[in-house]
Design a protein around this ligand. Sequence first.
Ligand SMILES: C[S@@+](CC[C@H](N)C(=O)[O-])C[C@H]1O[C@@H](n2cnc3c(N)ncnc32)[C@H](O)[C@@H]1O
Length: 314
Amino acid sequence: MTSLPEAYDTPGAGPPADFWRRELAALGGRARILDLGCGNGAVALLAAETAAARGARWEIHGVDRASIDPLRSLPARYRDAAAAVTFHPGTSMARTPFDAGYFCLVTGQFAFEYGDPSLIAAEVRRVLRPGGRAAFVIHLQESAVVSGAAVELAHLRETRELFDAARTVAAVSGGAASLPARLAAWNRFGREFLRLERLADAQPERRPVATLREVPAALRDALTGAIPEPGDPLGPAGARDCGRALADLDGALRAREGRLAELLAAAPDRAGLQRLLGETASRGLEVLARADLHDPGGPLLAHAVTVRRPRHPE
Ligand SMILES: C[S@@+](CC[C@H](N)C(=O)[O-])C[C@H]1O[C@@H](n2cnc3c(N)ncnc32)[C@H](O)[C@@H]1O
């Protein structure tokens, strides 16, 4: 659920979901659907909700190479839909466990461009029944999603120094350091906090600043929750808890940094997009339709492509 701007970060919201609804509308009452690189199942869940609303009997599978567990990680309101999908963690899009010709629809939202396009195209053709379709929503370097990811990544990297200062505060407050040493650590934290506040204030209008505001606030809360007054000492248990809270936050944000860096590396430019589509063509999949997806406000979000395995081999 981390691949789109926040407004579309739920199954069923925004132009990509409208694209998926159109693809799903073409299916009959019985269908088998495979979602590649499904993550927490943004597309698979939409398919499950659509099937439930239509009373259709769709068998839905999602594969991802990561150790996904959407039933546990999603909020309760998605549990019914998630329970209707069979998720396959630790499974490559290039080598899925399904029989040839098993699916009538293969989907991939911000997935195809993450793997080896030649191997994925071959696998898609293998698992599609003749006449079956595959649809992909693909990042583009020039999209608002990618430029937003670049800004967020830069802002996350800006918070590293503050993390370091926070860790120092926790360490010196819990150790045998003198009061001046503890206060010096707090001063460094305060200076860095203010620097990030000024950086957030200086961002051009419309550029997201949530990271620059929320990460410092979370760090401040983690410290002040354990240390009421700057300079106060921390007992060993308090120092351990505070250190753990900082480490957890750090781990979550560095994982987010990793995902954003991966997104920036995966997103093709227009020439790269042509090469991806060339791989589908060379694997015998014909392009039925393709279009840029725009936010209603104008910005480009992604490119959508629908391909088909021909009913009869040439
Ligand atoms: C940007 S996320 C998209 C997730 C989901 N489709 C969505 O729209 O929210 C890309 C996903 O592709 C998965 N992925 C990347 N390379 C893969 C591969 N070779 N095989 C299977 N999954 C892969 C990642 O683990 C990640 O969950």
